[in-house]
Design a protein around this ligand. Structure first.
Ligand code: GLA
Length: 412
């Protein structure tokens, strides 16, 4: 029998570079996915090929230790999934043989890599009779939340100190909904997207490879955030007890989430400025203000106030550009053109350093905004209109699943 593991990409609407700091994010799963059509292998082996000629076929054994292939090799995402499951204690006695296809643009900040990790995990679990359930259940079962957290850790195998947004969005997408995702512990809350509004994904035409050059700059930001938190925590230790009121075992002292929840923003920033060097202060300011913006954006969406949502996106972009320094001239140009053409909001999405921008438009503005982007961004750079992979309006979509190939039934 042949199976199909389907895992969607995601576009993050707001809450950028907050997940690895323990603050919420607000993405949606999109109607673009990575698919693995597979048969269960006789033994513990993975044999996969890709529909794209530039990705070589590969084989590896499902035995610890699973070694990484060369840096940037696409098999590392599949290896990461297998390694994560094995380390979690899942017995992988049977592997998979098959082919990977998909239509999530690659290296565009839309999580094609996490979609491949999640699709691989779902295929391996199916091959070994482990059910993936909405909630925790008797073995052999793994919950979607558990799997998302596990795959977020597993994907660090590729060397990016990523947070948990992408895997959680992929495993918890709901049609017509955005997702508020919180961390430590992982929680996902779907929020209905109001009628009459669309997001447009706009490629900056600059690749942002998770395993390539963007990786070091990303990891540097993560280090700076940890350092800044350490210093601000020290400054606050004199004002209040150094532990949170959280009595979970192992709860750590004052995190970004406590700071954003407890402190008056002005007081917090004044205090931070007094103990942080300018670069660390800017990184810190982005993280805490972005955390606040996510909360406000969720309220705006629930209230149907998408103009307010758009304004928050614009603030987010400014902060990512000035304070976090992850934007590029191309992303800034897209945001400017889109806003001038009547978009309600626009910002870079994903890690930045290239990739895509996401633009919020009322239904009637979608056409004119796209037209302006073609005329002012794509034509001058490419001498042609963008392809459907370069500019498109994705639908908020459902989550990753496995089904019988050539059938719409049999999902997990
Ligand atoms: C990448 C990471 C995510 C997140 C974003 C930035 O996509 O994989 O975990 O940190 O960057 O918001």
């Amino acid at each position: 029998m042949s199976w199909l593991a389907i895992a969607p990409g995601r576009v993050n609407l707001i809450g950028e570079h907050t997940d690895y700091n323990g603050l919420p994010v607000f993405p949606m799963a999109i109607d673009r996915d990575v698919r693995i059509e597979f048969a269960v292998a006789d033994g513990p082996v993975v044999r996969l090929d890709s529909a794209l000629a530039r990705f070589d076929p590969f084989t590896f054994q499902l035995k610890r230790p699973i070694e990484a292939a060369g840096q940037g090799h696409w098999s590392n995402y599949v290896r990461a999934a297998a390694k994560g499951l094995l380390e979690h204690g899942v017995r992988l006695e049977r592997g998979i043989e098959g082919i990977v296809t998909g239509n999530v643009p690659i290296a565009s900040g839309l999580s094609s890599s996490s979609a491949l990790v999640v699709a691989s995990a779902l295929a391996l679990l199916k091959a070994n009779g482990v059910e993936v359930a909405r909630d925790a259940g008797p073995a052999p079962t793994i919950s979607r939340l558990e799997l998302a957290a596990l795959m977020a850790r597993a994907e660090r195998f590729v060397g990016l100190e990523g947070g948990g947004m992408d895997q959680a969005a992929c495993l918890h997408g709901v049609a017509g909904h955005a997702l508020r995702i919180e961390f430590e512990p992982l929680r996902v809350t779907p929020v209905a997207v109001p009628e009459g509004w669309r997001w447009v994904v706009v490629s900056s035409l600059v690749r942002a490879e998770k395993s390539g050059t963007a990786r070091d700059a990303y990891n540097e930001r993560a280090r700076q955030c940890r350092e800044a938190l350490e210093l601000v925590r020290g400054a606050f230790a004199n004002d209040r007890p150094a532990t949170t009121t959280d009595d979970r075992p192992g709860a750590v002292a004052l995190g970004y989430d406590d700071l954003v929840a407890d402190a008056d923003m002005e007081v917090l920033l004044r205090r931070a400025r007094s103990v942080l060097a300018p670069v660390l202060f800017r990184r810190f300011r982005h993280v805490v203000t972005e955390g606040r913006r996510v909360a406000l954006a969720e309220v705006a969406m629930r209230d149907g106030d998408m103009r307010a949502f758009g304004d928050l996106m614009v603030e987010s972009h400014k902060s990512l550009r000035g304070d976090y320094e992850v934007s590029t001239p191309e992303l800034n140009a897209i945001v400017e053109v889109a806003l001038k053409a009547g978009a309600a909001g626009a910002r870079l999405t994903g890690a930045g350093f290239g990739g895509c921008a996401v633009v919020l438009c009322g239904d009637t503005a979608v056409g004119p905004v796209m037209k302006e982007l073609v005329a002012r961004f794509y034509e001058p750079r490419l001498g042609r209109a963008p392809t459907h992979d370069e500019m498109f309006a994705p639908k908020p979509s459902g989550s990753a699943r496995v089904q019988i190939a050539d059938s719409s039934g049999g999902g997990l």
